[in-house]
Every structure is written in C-alpha cells, then in structure tokens.
Design a protein around this ligand. Structure first.
Ligand code: PLP
Length: 416
C-alpha cells in the first residue's frame, strides 16, 4: 500500500481514475515520475486552458517571486491586484462594454457561487433560487443546493428547499419550453413557486454532459428575468476564459447576466482564484460583509494578468474557432454513429454513449493509450473532451485517434 492509500481519505477520486504518480507537465502533456507522458484532454477540469506551465505565465510568476513581491495580502490593495484589475477592466470588460464591478471571492469556484446566491437574496429581499436539471455549481452547501445531481445532494444537510429546478433543454426535455413554463409559473399566484431572487445557469452544462443551451433559449431566459425582476447569474466557472470561443460563454447570445461567477482558468496555471462580477447597482455589500482569508492570491493575480496578455497576443478567439473545427470534423466523421452522439462548442466536446458504463470504459482504455479524458453527465455516459486551448492540431488529432481506437477496441471486445 502506498502513502496515498495509507494516509489519504477515501474521498480521493481522480487518482483512482488516472492511476499514476505525476511529477512534471508541459503544454498539453503531463508526465509521471518515470517520465511517461500523457496527453491531457482534461486540462485540470478546465483550470488549464492555456496548457500546463505555460512559459509566458511561468515567466511572469518567477519574475514576481524573484522580486520579493508580496504573496498574501487578504483584500488589501497591492500592485499585483492593481495590474490585474486594470488589464481585466480594459481588455476584457470595457472591450465588451460590460458594466461589472469585481468582487474577489475566497479561492475556489464554489465561493463565487455562494457569494452570488447570498448577494441575490440580499439585493432582492427574496429567498428562492431557480436552477436547472443537469447543473453543477460546486460542493459547499449553497452550491450543492443548486446542483441537480443526486449523488451531490444526498448528504447535503443544508437548506435545499429554497431551490426550484427547471428543465434544461436536453434529452426528454429538449422540446419542452421551459421559458414559457417559467413565465406561467411566475405569473400564477397559485403556482406554489414564488418569484425567485435569481436564476443560476450555465450556458454549457459541462459536468452535466456537455449540453449546449441554444442561443435563442439564453436570450429568452434573459428576457424572462427582466420581465419579472429576477437576477440572472451565469456560472462561467468551467466554460469561461475562452473555452467556448469567446472570453465569456454568454457572449454568443448577446446577453449581459446580472452576475457572473468566474474561476478555474483565470490564473491559467492552476493557482486558485475566483471572482464574482456584479452590476454596479447590485453592489449592496457592507465592507467585509462577505470575506475569506485567501481572496487575495497575489501569485494568481500576476498569472491572471499575464494570461489576459497572452490570450490577446495569440488571438485566442480565432484560435479556438479553428481548433473547434478540427475536433468537430473528426468527431462527426470518425466517431459519431447510431449509438454515439457528439456535440459541443469551442473546445469543449462531449461524446455520449447509449450503453451505460461504456464511457468510463473508454476513458480507462484511453488512459492505457496515454490520454487523460474524463466522463460527465447522467450515469457518467459522456466522454468530456477539454484539451488545452493551446494544443496543436497534431496533438488534437493524436488524442482524437486514441479515443477512436479505444472505442473501436471496446466495441470489438464486447461485440457491438
Ligand atoms: N461551477 C461549475 C460550472 C463548475 O464546473 C465547478 C467545478 O467543476 C464549480 C462551479 C465549482 O468550482 P470549484 O471546484 O473550484 O469550487
């Protein structure tokens, strides 16, 4: 038994899915301690959109460390924070005419979700939240309450009762008009559902199995929120930072949510950082009313500023669009079939298998072929492809071939 088995809690997960001891990483590859390289189509669950140890980001970090820059500063003003805020405002927000103020949350995505829920309740004086089937928003009590998966919810002793789930356009609900339904529910004074403080949504449900909400649906959702004075919260934690092509995933719908939660790939090197963007009129916080010791991760600010510059230099939106076409073409021509559906946007794609358990077998087989790719969705029936946005076309093709070969091998093995 190794130290991990002997000492670490049974809760550990990815080490079981990908059983190796990793040591180094570079670009699209991670290496175990024996030097064996694995192509990474998981990108740290979306935290490494710019690849592992991107030299541009590492350079900014080493310079900062060598200069004796402050590392921990709570939410005090620092040079590193000023430089991040300036870049983020000028190059991300102002460029898109987005009117947000920035709230730094404690380090992880779920902290930004908690802040959004709390602020929505405070700003509107209402209690209810609407979330969607298929959603994932994190593992703290409030975030779990707006997450649909039974496995996540079952031991949540927090308050689940303020949350109403509505169907997301997928599966047997694909043709159900959720927006019209919500309109009727909110208009009916005997529906049993109060007008909520907020609706929290993902434009692409990543953990939900790569389900892409239609653009028109998002527009109608925003309109509905305006009609009833409901705040629209976009959880862009997994699919923000260019994952779908544009910096924010909601840009394709031309909507401006009232709040946006961002985290994972903000720093681009895996350093924890999360923030909540909020419209100015929603900034009703008292000083220190919502806080957290680690909401001023200076190294993350340094890397996040560098990541904004890097994306600008490399014309990230166009790059993602070009690579998206490579993935889409391959999946459609080489993998899709009667029993295998493919879908996605930008550089997040899902391969859904009808047979229960098959996606996990494919993921295991891919690992043997030196590719890291994770499963998601109902019954974990979707292989979720999230390569670094910086992957070369050759790396993409190599990874896609490993997936295709793994699928073929398993189909032959099980006589499909
Ligand atoms: N929201 C979404 C959409 C996510 O995908 C995740 C994590 O996967 C979270 C929230 C929670 O983020 P964290 O794990 O950093 O708390």
């Amino acid at each position: 038994m190794d130290i991990f088995q002997r000492s670490e809690s049974e809760v550990r997960y990815y080490c079981r899915r990908f059983p190796a001891v990793f040591d180094k990483a570079s670009g699209s590859y991670i290496f175990d301690e024996k030097g064996k390289g694995y192509l990474d189509f998981f990108s740290g669950a979306g935290a490494l959109n710019y690849g592992h140890n991107n030299p541009y980001l590492i350079n900014a970090l080493t310079e900062y460390l060598a200069s004796g820059g402050i590392l921990h500063a709570l939410d005090m003003s620092t040079r590193a924070k000023r430089e991040f805020l300036t870049s983020f405002k000028e190059k991300i927000l102002d460029k898109r005419s987005l009117p947000y103020k920035v709230m730094f949350c404690a380090p992880t995505g779920t902290n930004a979700v908690e802040a959004a829920l709390k602020l929505a309740k405070k700003a509107t004086g209402r209690q209810g939240i609407v979330a969607f089937s298929g959603s994932f928003h994190g593992m703290t009590a409030g975030s779990m309450a707006v997450t649909s998966g039974r496995a996540v919810r079952k031991d949540n002793v927090g308050n689940l009762s303020d949350v109403t789930f509505m169907p997301y356009p997928y599966g047997f609900n694909e043709n159900f008009d959720t927006i019209e339904y919500m309109k009727r529910v909110f208009s009916d004074d005997h529906s049993g559902v109060d007008i909520p403080a907020a609706i929290i949504m993902e434009t692409v449900q990543a953990e939900g199995g790569v389900i892409v909400a239609p653009t028109e649906w998002l527009k109608r959702l925003k309109k509905l929120c305006e009609e009833f004075g409901i705040l629209l919260v976009c959880d862009d934690i997994q699919v923000g930072c260019y994952r779908t092509g544009s910096y924010f995933s909601f840009e394709r719908a031309g909507i401006v949510p009232d709040m946006v939660a961002l985290s994972k790939s903000l720093s681009g090197v895996g350093l924890p950082m999360s923030l909540l963007l909020l419209k100015e009129e929603l900034d009703v916080w008292e000083p220190g009313e919502h806080n957290g010791t680690f909401r001023g991760n200076q190294l993350a600010f340094v890397a996040a500023k560098a990541a904004i510059d890097l994306a600008e230099k490399s014309d990230m939106e166009q790059t993602v669009e070009n690579k998206s076409q490579i993935i889409k073409k391959y999946l459609t021509e080489e993998i899709a079939s009667r029993d295998i559906a493919v879908r996605g946007i930008g550089m997040i794609y899902g391969i859904e298998f009808t047979e229960k358990g098959f996606a996990e077998k494919v993921s295991e087989e891919c690992f043997k072929g030196k590719l890291i790719v994770e499963c998601a969705g109902r019954d974990r029936s979707v292989l979720k492809l999230m390569p670094p946005l910086t992957s070369t076309p050759d790396e993409l093709r190599t990874g896609l071939e490993i997936i295709r070969n793994s699928v073929k091998k398993l189909q032959n093995k099980y006589g499909r």
